[in-house]
Design a protein around this ligand. Structure first.
Ligand SMILES: [Zn+2]
Length: 239
């Protein structure tokens, strides 16, 4: 989020996510370039497409337990299924990015709009000022948070309570807890904790959002994430 105050009612990252658009788009691209594509390339594209949809085949849906979370200690507060796309990451999409957001509002307000089926956006996690973490969308699924379809498919989105223009929003407890979460994500998917892989919403191509803004301390955040990664393993979130 972070476009402006009160945007939570508008929709953060909903654009670029027309349901089922990948298939016709990819087919059209193949058709246009058809003369140049070797048979092998078509085969690869078809396999890639199948990889993205295989969970819909009978018997291929991974078992999900109600209330289950991906980060130990996070509280499950489900988003409306309208605000994300069911998937089976990382089997269908590789996950190699964390996108850092700021709510432009409270933890509770973020979780409230994520439950609204008309909001058209949700992130996987919301971090509160005191370090508490809620998970609203499973990491298996593609949450609509970045405003860029490809980025949504490859990333985990983390919202932080507060406002981009209020430096006091970003507390020690929030940094510590969020860094432990990002470290857990980096470790589980095997990507490095650097500024190429851990980005702000503002850095997502095509976005008009500014979060997390100039008061978010990236050096401090990545230092904390790397310290977590050097440690013994995932720490449970504060509950
Ligand atoms: Zn954002």
């Amino acid at each position: 989020m972070g476009k402006r105050a009160g945007e939570t009612a508008g929709g953060d990252g909903g654009s670029g996510e027309p349901e089922g658009a990948a298939t016709p788009t990819r087919r059209r691209a193949l058709w246009v370039g058809g003369g140049l594509l070797a048979a092998g390339a078509v085969g690869l594209a078809a396999r890639d497409e199948l990889r993205h949809w295989w969970w819909q085949l009978p018997g291929n849906d991974k078992p999900r337990k109600p209330g289950e979370v991906d980060h130990r200690g996070a509280r499950w507060v489900a988003a409306s299924p309208e605000n994300y796309r069911r998937a089976d990451r990382p089997a269908d999409y590789d996950v190699d990015r964390v996108v850092v957001h700021v709510v432009q509002g409270s933890y509770a307000s973020a979780l409230r709009v994520f439950r609204d089926p008309a909001h058209e956006a949700a992130a996987h996690y919301v971090v509160r000022a005191d370090g508490r973490i809620a998970q609203a969308v499973r990491e298996l699924d593609v949450a609509f948070h970045a405003g860029n379809r490809a980025f949504n498919e490859r990333s985990v989105g983390i919202e932080h309570e507060g406002f981009v223009d209020r430096p006091e929003s970003f507390t020690d407890a929030m940094y510590a807890s969020s860094a432990a979460l990002t470290a857990d994500i980096c470790r589980r998917y095997g990507f490095p904790a650097d500024r190429e892989h851990v980005v702000g919403h503002v850095e997502v191509p095509g976005t008009d959002h500014t979060d997390p803004g100039p008061h978010w301390d990236w050096d401090r955040y990545l230092r904390l994430v790397r310290a977590e990664l050097r440690g013994p393993g995932p720490r449970p979130a504060k509950t």
